[in-house]
Design a protein around this ligand. Structure first.
Ligand code: ATP
Length: 434
């Protein structure tokens, strides 16, 4: 399938089936803003919960956090964002289009060949004012990353949870950047969600933990069912690194528009904690009882994007095949990510006993799974609709079900069907879904 074609198909499927809508569509849309619909929000939540389970719940050394989006403006001075979180921007004197002057060093307008203005620095932070008076004293930023919320809570977590080094703090939350060139659907937007860990280690062990985290995070993406061939690691060149960073490796996905970053895993040294010690009223240190000395830990930062993971998972699971001369579209989503786990479909809508039994089964399954009851079309159409949104199992109730108390379960990927007793249905699904 041509790559442009694939992106178009994904965007269209997302709208048609309620994964992702154009933001403010009723008002003509707001460019590069996207709203997650009923199925999109489930998919997104499943990704976030898979991450949280993996890095917080199933470990003992990482603590969760949900910090405020608004932070004291001095935080951004200490972190370097106020001065350095900039992109180099150029305008075309002819067609007036704006471009981000990356290391590509474009000399002419890539759109019309026109002359470009001199590059100028552009800060990506979005600002607003708190309170009724719109003056500079009330100016705050919408955080451009969740990481600083973690750093400024380093001592709070240390003093309340009392962990030993190494330990980490993890957070999922919105971040905002006034990107010059947003685009590629939800890949680059001005409002997005991050999943970040700051893992504090003894400086002597930083290289070892950096490597461990690169491996662990790579394995996590594979565990979402993403194909091996579509994932790779890219080590940053020395000249790409921030002046304080000791090293950074990106996990990249082969998107239809090319290999692009899903997550960066950086060794940030002791830069952040030292900066906050210098700019705040606190000293961000750890007391190592074993050596009886204070240490400013180094930080390993695996920082990923929720929206980019949603896009990678959608692209990777999109599948078309020919069945009985018709194209079957299937989202072969990993079962833990599927927005709907089970669909209950009555074979004969006119038969009120079948409908009643289907509702009873739906209500019972709802206590354990995300379930959808649907009787709005023929069974063939209902199967197709569930395939297209990645529902792993369809349960069909027919006339025989009324007497033999059994239902038919159809598998999304193989389309194989099993006849299972209603009393054993939950077990059957549990074994395969959880
Ligand atoms: P890029 O080079 O693509 O702009 P970045 O290196 O600036 O990304 P980081 O600051 O490392 O990104 O942010 C961590 C993660 O947050 C990224 O790997 C990405 O998944 C996500 N992210 C960053 N900017 C955006 C954005 N504008 N839209 C969506 N996700 C983003």
């Amino acid at each position: 399938m041509k790559n442009n074609n694939l992106m178009e198909k994904i965007v269209s499927l997302c709208k048609r089936r309620g994964f992702i809508f154009q933001g403010s569509e009723a008002y003509g849309g707001l460019a590069n803003a996207w709203d997650y619909g009923p199925l999109g929000v489930e998919l997104k939540n499943n990704i976030k919960s898979a991450w949280w389970k993996n890095v917080v719940s199933q470990r003992g050394d990482i603590f969760g956090l949900d910090a405020a989006i608004f932070m004291h403006p001095d935080v951004w001075k200490a972190s370097g964002h106020a001065n350095n979180f900039t992109d180099n921007l150029v305008d075309c004197k002819n067609c007036k289009k704006r471009f981000k002057l990356d290391d590509l060093k474009i000399e002419k307008c890539p759109e019309c060949g026109g002359e470009l203005t001199q590059g100028k620095k552009f800060n990506l932070m979005l600002e607003t004012h708190l309170g009724p008076v719109d003056d500079s004293a009330a100016k705050v930023y919408l955080r451009p990353e969740t990481a600083q919320g973690i750093f400024v809570n380093f001592l709070n977590v240390l003093n309340s949870a009392r962990p030993k080094l190494p330990f980490g703090i993890a957070q999922i939350g919105k971040a905002f950047r006034n990107e010059i060139t947003p685009g590629n659907f939800i890949f680059r937007t001005r409002e997005f969600e991050q999943m970040e860990i700051e893992y504090f280690v003894n400086p002597k062990e930083a290289d070892k933990f950096h490597k461990n985290w690169i491996d662990e995070r790579f394995v996590w993406y594979k565990g979402l069912g993403i194909k091996d061939d579509n994932l790779r690691l890219r080590v940053h060149e020395k000249d790409e690194l921030a002046h304080y960073a000791k090293g950074c490796t990106d996990i990249e996905y082969k998107f239809p528009f090319g290999w692009s970053e899903l997550e960066g895993i950086a060794n940030r040294g002791d830069f952040d904690l030292k900066q906050h010690s210098e700019h705040s009223a606190k000293t961000f240190e750890y007391f190592n009882t074993a050596d009886n000395e204070k240490v400013v830990p180094y930080v390993i930062e695996p920082s990923g994007g929720v929206d980019r993971t949603v896009l990678a998972v959608l692209v990777d699971s999109y599948h078309e095949e020919k069945v009985k001369e018709q194209i079957r579209v299937v989202l072969k989503l990993d079962k833990k990510l599927a927005p709907i786990k089970v669909a209950v479909l009555p074979l004969l809508k006119k038969n009120s006993d079948i409908v009643k039994m289907s509702h009873a089964i739906t209500d019972d399954l709802k206590t354990c799974f995300t379930v959808k009851y649907n009787d709005t079309a023929s069974i063939g159409k209902l199967y197709r609709r569930q395939d297209e949104v990645g529902t792993p199992y369809c349960v069909t109730v027919d006339v025989d079900s009324l007497t033999d108390k059994k239902v038919t379960i159809r598998d999304r990927d193989t389309m194989a069907q099993d006849r299972v007793g209603i009393d054993n249905l939950k077990n059957y699904l549990f074994e395969r879904l959880i």
